[in-house]
Design a protein around this ligand. Structure first.
Ligand SMILES: [Zn+2]
Length: 478
């Protein structure tokens, strides 16, 4: 069969039975655990702390014995490394330093800067073949075929999903893939539009925001967007059409093209949508995704929502490996058959991080913005939570409780300084209340940065939870 007539990019791998996937994952997991334990001090310390040995991981189910890692752990690791005068990734690094070929700084969506090193292998043939392969599955499922030209709208210096836009762009046009790539620098939209027209681009790869912005820009400039040959838009990098209501229809109308979303996070290798938009197909032969309960940390049944935890099985990310990385994103895994015939489980559309974005007074409030200020201001312990309430007149109010260190002598002065910084960061009026270290119960509220009590029911539930926590001595009442 000619390549373009194939239904799937990789018919064998994309239609493995669930049992075949399981066996493959089990074999790869054992290899990965062995590698990571022996090469990465960060993971070895995690294993040793609970007396876990690589040989304790024999079956896929054993994966739950491995402690999860989240951004807070990585941030602490970076802090330790810098304090010791080492490279920020020195502790997690699983290859000798001289094998690092490039370093990709990413601010990430949480505002925590990471430097992700990539090895020579990841940046040359082997890495490109691998990356090209998993990107090709995504683009093929979206309906792209050899001869299509994709305008790739990312700034190549930065990193996307911890892997580097550079490597992704190189992979997308590597011999392992089939596309013709048109790398476009974000920010020069007039130039991008002109180039897309000249070369006859048929697809666009960008963030949902940029895909929204371009049609607005084109209209303002009198540029006929539908006069282009664009037939497919693939979005990535932010919550997109799969989770934002109405966005797909809006983009499809504006571009006159079909829109496909992808899910991206560190440790999740590009789950993608097929033409049925039944969720994101997971690339299970190179990636284990689990859904766990954010509180109990136990696996949840198929179809139930929880926190997405990812393990990369491949050699991709060999320098900076991910083993049970807790993305803190919400998702569910679906195992029922997709009409497209692909057998890998699907990730149900992700309505945002557990504690992400909430609309207050018509504005978006991101706890990440508060987290950044609190994390960077000496005198704060890093603990805080945001209470969104509604007054009798129906107006939203925001109160942010922030813990301060015992070393803070003038609490009033500190509060007014912090209030200024936080208001600037969230561009919303918010009251700041300072509470002494230990008042917020650390671990208990870590996953819940925002408490929305704008309904009576939510308010009652919250008050009961606080009372119970206070009885157990976890939080101080107040
Ligand atoms: Zn499908």
């Amino acid at each position: 069969m000619k390549k373009a007539d194939r239904k799937y990019w990789d018919p064998r791998m994309e239609t493995l039975s669930l049992e075949e996937i399981r066996l493959l994952q089990e074999k790869q997991l054992k290899k990965k655990v062995e590698f990571v334990y022996n090469k990465s001090l960060f993971y070895r310390k995690k294993f040793d702390a609970i007396g876990l040995r690589p040989e304790d991981i024999q079956t896929l189910e054993d994966i739950t014995k491995i402690p999860t890692t989240n951004k807070t752990d990585l941030r602490a690791m970076v802090g330790r490394c810098l304090e010791e005068g080492k490279k920020p990734y020195a502790e997690i690094l699983a290859v000798p330093e001289e094998q690092i070929a490039s370093i990709h700084a990413t601010s990430g969506t949480t505002g925590i800067p990471f430097s992700v090193p990539l090895t020579v292998a990841e940046l040359t043939d082997r890495g490109f073949v691998f990356t090209g392969e998993f990107l090709a599955r995504n683009y093929w499922a979206a309906g792209l075929r050899p001869g299509d030209i994709m305008a790739y709208m990312w700034n190549l210096g930065g990193a996307m999903v911890g892997g580097g836009n550079h490597i992704i762009s190189q992979g997308a046009c590597s011999p392992a893939s089939f596309l013709t790539l048109l790398p476009c620098h974000v920010g020069r939209t007039d130039f991008v539009l002109r180039t897309m027209k000249e070369v006859g681009a048929t697809a666009v790869h960008c963030t949902p925001s940029y895909a929204t912005y371009i049609p607005e820009y084109a209209e303002k400039m009198g540029f006929d967007l539908k006069g282009l040959k664009i037939k497919i838009i693939v979005t990535a990098g932010e919550p997109g059409p799969a989770s934002v209501p109405g966005l797909r229809a809006k983009l499809e109308e504006a571009w006159g093209a079909k829109v496909f979303d992808t899910y991206g996070a560190q440790a999740a290798i590009l789950p993608y949508e097929c033409e049925f938009h039944t969720g994101f197909h997971v690339q299970s032969d190179i990636n284990i995704l689990e859904i766990i309960d954010p509180e109990t940390r136990q696996p949840v049944p198929p179809g139930q929502y929880g926190t997405i935890v990812g393990t990369t099985l491949s050699e991709f990310g060999e320098a900076f490996p991910h083993l049970r990385f807790d993305t803190e994103d919400r998702g569910a895994l679906l195992y029922d058959e997709c009409p497209c015939g692909r057998t890998h489980p699907r990730l149900a559309s992700v309505p945002g991080r557990w504690d992400d974005m909430i609309k207050v007074k018509g504005y978006q409030l991101h706890p990440n913005n508060v987290e950044k200020v609190v994390g960077e201001t000496p005198g704060c312990t890093g603990e805080f939570f945001i209470i969104v309430d509604r007054d009798d007149l129906g107006k939203d109010s925001v109160l942010i409780r922030v813990e301060y260190e015992p070393s803070v002598s003038d609490v009033k002065e500190f509060q007014s300084r912090l209030q200024h910084l936080i208001r600037k960061a969230i561009t919303l009026k918010a009251d700041i209340e300072m509470v002494p270290k230990g008042s917020l119960g650390g671990e208990v509220f870590k996953k819940r940065r925002i408490i929305d009590i704008r309904t009576e029911e939510a308010k009652k539930k919250f008050e009961t939870a606080i009372k119970q926590a206070a009885q157990r001595g976890i939080v101080k009442p107040g």
